[in-house]
Design a protein around this ligand. Structure first.
Ligand SMILES: [Zn+2]
Length: 215
């Protein structure tokens, strides 16, 4: 009985811990990730995007007009040159904080994907490759934030339950199963000790953009 009680209270504790994402908490997480992008990925003082004319700031806004049951997040203008992340309530209500962080990191990924594509000499690719590269960047950001690859994999593998991916192709986003396949591939290669930029190079060239010029 004692044991059952312990398990029950642990379950209650953990569900409480995973259902309290607020805009301000998400904003603190975003701030950490924006710092990591500057320090680890871009190696610059500012997180500049779209050719350098705009800058990403760690700001989150709740889109109260979006009452969709599907979680949504978008890079969105927050000032003359500032972009932050707009989220809807459904995103904050995902019962897995890692899935929420992944979605925020994916949006930041849209801000640094051009820099990564330049590094692998593949700047001309567009379409689904830009979404996949944002997912790969999100994996790297969560890892840089201190999460283990196994924990990231476990969370993203549950995409059908967290709803962070659509089951069908939507816009440039590949279908959810395909997005997870690339995430799992990246995690496996990172686990083998491959450098992140080489993982990006491998996946983009072999799976999505065979016509990139030879490195
Ligand atoms: Zn996207």
């Amino acid at each position: 009985m004692v044991r059952l009680h312990t398990i029950l209270s642990l379950t209650l504790l953990s569900s409480a811990a995973f259902s309290t994402m607020t805009v301000s908490k998400a904003q603190r997480e975003l701030e950490t990730m924006v710092d990591l992008v500057k320090r680890e990925l871009l190696k610059t003082d500012e997180f500049r995007i779209f050719g350098g004319d705009f800058v990403i700031v760690p700001q989150i806004e709740l889109n109260t007009d979006d009452d969709s049951a599907n979680p949504n997040a978008n890079l969105s203008p927050m000032g003359d040159i500032e972009f932050g992340v707009m989220v809807n309530q459904s995103l904050l209500e995902i019962e897995d904080d890692i899935a929420i962080l992944f979605a925020l990191a994916h949006e930041l990924g849209h801000g640094f994907s051009a820099a990564l594509l330049e590094q692998i000499n593949c700047s001309q690719v567009g379409g689904s490759a830009t979404e996949v590269i944002a997912d790969l960047g999100a994996v790297r950001l969560l890892q840089a934030k201190g999460l283990s690859l196994a924990v990231i994999d476990k969370s993203i593998s549950q995409w059908e339950f967290s709803n962070i991916f659509n089951p069908e192709v939507s816009g440039d986003h590949p279908a959810g199963a395909e997005r997870y396949r690339f995430v799992a591939m990246a995690i496996q290669q990172l686990e083998q000790g491959k450098k992140f930029i080489n993982v990006v190079n491998h996946i983009i060239r072999n799976e999505l953009a065979a016509d990139c010029p030879k490195n």
